[in-house]
Design a protein around this ligand. Structure first.
Ligand code: PLP
Length: 403
């Protein structure tokens, strides 16, 4: 008999994106003459920048030679990329991270999902609501108790510290789906809470490259003492268009400790290293060379241009929606705009109306958690032309929403 992990049966079916696809397909069939603009996707649309393409070509040529051939690489990632990360993402911001604290992976999604391996199932986990679903589902799969931290307009999208003790805390800023950020002062409160309660913060900063306001922290390690309480996830997916290429990294500081049942302290860096060596054989050499190229002068300039273009789209959306009378959050330090659904409509009712009346696809906020009900997410990853066109349509029909 093979017994299953029954925790999987506790997962809610996720119909969000398939329901959206079906609704859009039906609409397109019924209205073949209408141009539907998709502002729902969370995937980038700009091609890989030339610096990365060149680096990949070079690496391909290299592995095709006797001298340059590479087989299995280090499970934790090649030294050249770990060094580039330490220098550029941390040292340049005044943060000391050691190369051995950086683990290269094939995605922040896998990292966020896999990290739970090194934590006991009896840890109590705090997760913001609405949320990027990976944190929630992976903890349900391993049977942990979840506490939800609402992030809504009522608390200005700043999660309140839990009244009771929690052991693991997921924070994601700039946030997906709300597009909002946390100030250094707010983030410090969480670091202090984690220190006081011997909790671990799992900090997802996959969107840090979109931060435009100077005072907003890019890394949790900008907060003093955070290396003792936080693991940080980063990704090249949105930063450099690597959603298909696949490369990310996680920082597990050596100062970070977990506890055995008997209260003995254990290095989480060592546990994560052990897990990585056992279950992972590293990211391909070619991809890691592409990631390294992001940190060259040319690479930095080129990816900045793409990010700038997405942020311009976000601004076009934010301004356009506000002009039309909507209440809008995010979109300043993020490619996501989170709008308040008007007139007490549900997120799905609004989805249908938006598709019907302005032929625009967004994502119903309720798909990201209970507290997302009454909100709607739009993304800045479409073309500028389509973004402008979408706002024109919304403004021309603004009377429809009685704003
Ligand atoms: N974290 C957040 C908050 C995300 O929104 C995403 C992707 O949408 C990821 C992580 C996943 O990143 P990756 O493509 O590196 O797996």
């Amino acid at each position: 008999m093979s017994w299953i992990n029954e925790n999987f049966l506790k997962l809610q079916e996720s119909y969000l994106f398939s329901t959206i696809a079906k609704k859009v397909e039906r609409f397109t069939k019924e209205h073949p003459d209408q141009k539907v603009i998709k502002l729902g996707i969370g995937d980038v649309t700009k091609p890989i920048v030339p610096a990365c393409v060149e680096a990949m070509h070079k690496a391909v040529e290299e592995v095709g030679t006797k001298e340059g051939f590479r087989g299995y690489g280090p499970e934790q990632g090649y030294g050249f990329l770990r060094k580039a990360i330490v220098e550029n993402d941390y040292k340049a911001r005044g943060i000391e991270i050691e190369e051995e604290e950086v683990f290269i992976s094939d995605g922040a999604k896998c990292d966020c999902g896999n990290i739970v391996d090194i934590f006991a199932p009896n840890n109590k986990v705090a997760i913001t609501d609405p949320v990027y679903p990976v944190y929630l589902d992976t903890n349900i799969m391993s049977g942990r108790e979840i506490m939800y931290l609402p992030v809504t307009a009522e608390n200005n999208f700043v999660p309140a510290l839990p009244k009771e003790k929690v052991d693991m805390i997921y924070l994601c800023f700039p946030n997906n789906p709300t597009g909002t950020v946390l100030s250094k002062e707010e983030l410090k409160k969480w670091v202090d809470y984690a220190k006081e309660n011997q909790s671990i913060i799992l900090y997802d900063s996959a969107y840090e490259a979109f931060i435009t306001e100077r005072e907003i922290p890019h890394s949790i390690y900008e907060i003093e003492g955070a290396k003792e309480v936080a693991i940080e996830f980063r990704s090249y997916s949105k930063t450099a268009g690597f959603t298909g290429i696949r490369c990310a990294y996680v920082v597990v500081p050596k100062a970070l400790k977990g506890y055995t049942k008997t209260g003995k302290k254990v290095s989480l860096n060592q546990l994560w290293n052990r897990r990585t060596c056992t279950k992972f054989n590293g990211v391909s050499y070619i991809v890691q060379r592409a990631a390294e190229a992001i940190y060259t002068k040319e690479g930095k300039k080129q990816i900045q241009e793409s990010i700038k273009a997405y942020l311009e789209n976000a601004k076009i959306m934010k301004d356009g929606l506000e002009e039309a009378g909507f209440t809008v959050y995010g979109g300043v330090n993020s490619p996501y705009v989170w709008l308040k659904v008007p007139n007490g409509m549900s997120s799905w009712e609004f989805f249908d109306q938006f598709l019907e009346e302005v032929n625009i696809v967004g994502t119903p906020g309720s798909g990201f958690g209970k507290q997302g009900e009454g909100y709607f997410r739009l993304t800045a990853f479409a073309t500028k032309e389509n973004t402008i066109e979408a706002m024109k349509r919304i403004k021309s029909k603004k009377a429809n929403w009685k704003l």
